[in-house]
Design a protein around this ligand. Sequence first.
Ligand code: 13P
Length: 248
Amino acid sequence: MARRKLVAGNWKMNGSRAALAELDAVAAAANAAPQVDVAMAVPFTLIAAAAERVPDLSIGAEDVHERDSGAHTGCVSAGMVKEAGARFTIVGHSERRADQGETSQDAWAKAAAAHRNGLHVILCCGETEAERNAGRAERVVQAQIEKSVPDNADGSWFTLAYEPRWAIGTGRTPTVEEIASIHAIARAKLRMLIGDAADGVRILYGGSVTGDNAATLLAVENVDGALVGGASLTAAKFVPIIEAAAGL
Ligand code: 13P
C-alpha cells in the first residue's frame, strides 16, 4: 500500500519568536513538494504564532496531558493546543519517558486524548542502547507498541515513530538492515493490534536524520518518513530532508 511520506520536525525545548522566521522557507519547501507531508512540532508557547505565520504548514505540540481539563498545574491539554492552532501532537517521546518518567500507558492515554480532541498523533517508541546491546530491541519496541497504540488507531489520525534512544542527537544511526527489521516488526505488531488498518499507518524513523542520510533512510522498506530533532531547527538543514523525501 502506498503511503505518503511524512517529514516531521521536533524543536524540543528550543526556539523563540525570532526563530519562527525559519518556518517561512520550510513552508515554501513544503508547498514545492506536494507529494510529501510536512509538519513541525514546536514548544507550547510558539504554537499560536507559528500557526498564524505559516498557515499552510502543519504545526503541532510536543506533548499533551491525558485529561481534557482539571487541577493539573502547569499542564496543557489537547483541546488547548488545538485551539492554539496545533493539528497534531507527539506523544511518548523518549525524552519525556526519561525526563518525566512517562510510560507506554501514559502515551496510550495521551494518544486517546489527542484523538478525542481532533489532533493527529505521532506516537514514539524505541529502545535504549543497553536494551539493544542485550538483544532486546525488538521485544522492547513490540511491548511499547502493544501498550501504547489505541485499539481504534488508523492512518487517518495516527502515525508511529521508531526512535532508538541511542541514535537521538548522537550522530549515530542504526544500519538500514536494523531499521528495516524493527519497522517490519512494528508493522506486524500493528497488524496484530488493529488488523488491516495497519497498512495505512505511517511508521517514521527518528534519530540523527540529516540532509545527508535522509534519502538512504527514507528508502528503507516500511520507513514512511522521518521525525527530525536537531536538523529541524533551521530551514537550511530541514529543507534538504523534505527534498530527499520528495525525490523518492
Ligand atoms: P535528532 O534528530 O536530534 O537526533 O532527534 C530526533 C528526535 O528525538 C526527534 O523527535
